[in-house]
Design a binder for this molecule. Structure first.
Ligand SMILES: NC(=O)c1ccc[n+]([C@@H]2O[C@H](COP(=O)([O-])OP(=O)(O)OC[C@H]3O[C@@H](n4cnc5c(N)ncnc54)[C@H](OP(=O)(O)O)[C@@H]3O)[C@@H](O)[C@H]2O)c1
Length: 162
């Protein structure tokens, strides 16, 4: 139940963002992803399709319900796994944008704000909300004509090796 609910909560808004993106001629999209590299190589397959990603995420839910997800190499949190899915989905969507609308100036990235003092992370997180907003705002305000970053995972305004 937790794995399913987490995936629905994190994933559902991306459909809305994607629809908005489709309606615009030029836009910047910064999706909140996660920095840790996924251990499963399939997530890093540059040709992975959205359908294959959904199937992989479904595999996690089934494994989590059975209780053997760790043995299969999945992270031990529904949140962390879902963030990997969100990050990979943003890469797939960026690839689609590159293929279907190469001249529309759309830059779509995943970013990690770091550990930020919000309701989620609590008062002991090292970054203030303002500091946490720096990378998403930087991505949202990439200037007209910028060619990148695009299809990347960005943390502290730097593209991360993934
Ligand atoms: N804080 C961190 O250290 C950190 C680190 C890495 C990534 N992130 C990511 O950054 C994003 C923002 O997190 P945050 O730290 O700002 O968290 P937050 O302060 O706990 O805020 C979460 C927001 O999500 C909304 N929300 C929760 N469940 C929802 C649902 N089922 N449907 C619709 N809205 C829902 C909440 O709405 P209500 O206020 O109405 O409840 C709230 O506005 C998240 O994607 C999080 O995973 C945060």
């Amino acid at each position: 139940m937790t794995a399913t609910a987490t995936q629905e909560t994190q994933g559902w808004p991306l459909g809305w963002v994607w629809n908005e993106c489709e309606r615009r001629s030029s836009c910047r999209v910064a999706i909140s992803g996660e920095v840790p590299r996924p251990s499963m190589p399939r997530f890093r397959d540059p040709e992975l399709s959205e359908e294959e990603l959904c199937s992989l995420m479904g595999d996690f839910v089934v494994a989590a319900q059975r209780g053997d997800h760790k043995a299969q190499g999945w992270p031990d949190t529904a949140y962390g796994t879902t963030k990997i899915g969100v990050t990979v989905l943003s890469r797939i969507q960026a690839r689609t944008v590159t293929q279907t609308r190469p001249n529309d100036g759309i830059l779509l990235n995943a970013c990690c704000p770091g550990w930020v003092r919000t309701d989620m992370a609590g008062p002991n997180a090292p970054k203030s909300p303002e500091e946490g907003a720096e990378t998403p705002v930087y991505l949202a305000l990439l200037p007209q004509g910028a060619k990148g970053p695009h299809g990347q995972l960005v943390w502290d305004k730097m593209v991360q090796e993934w």
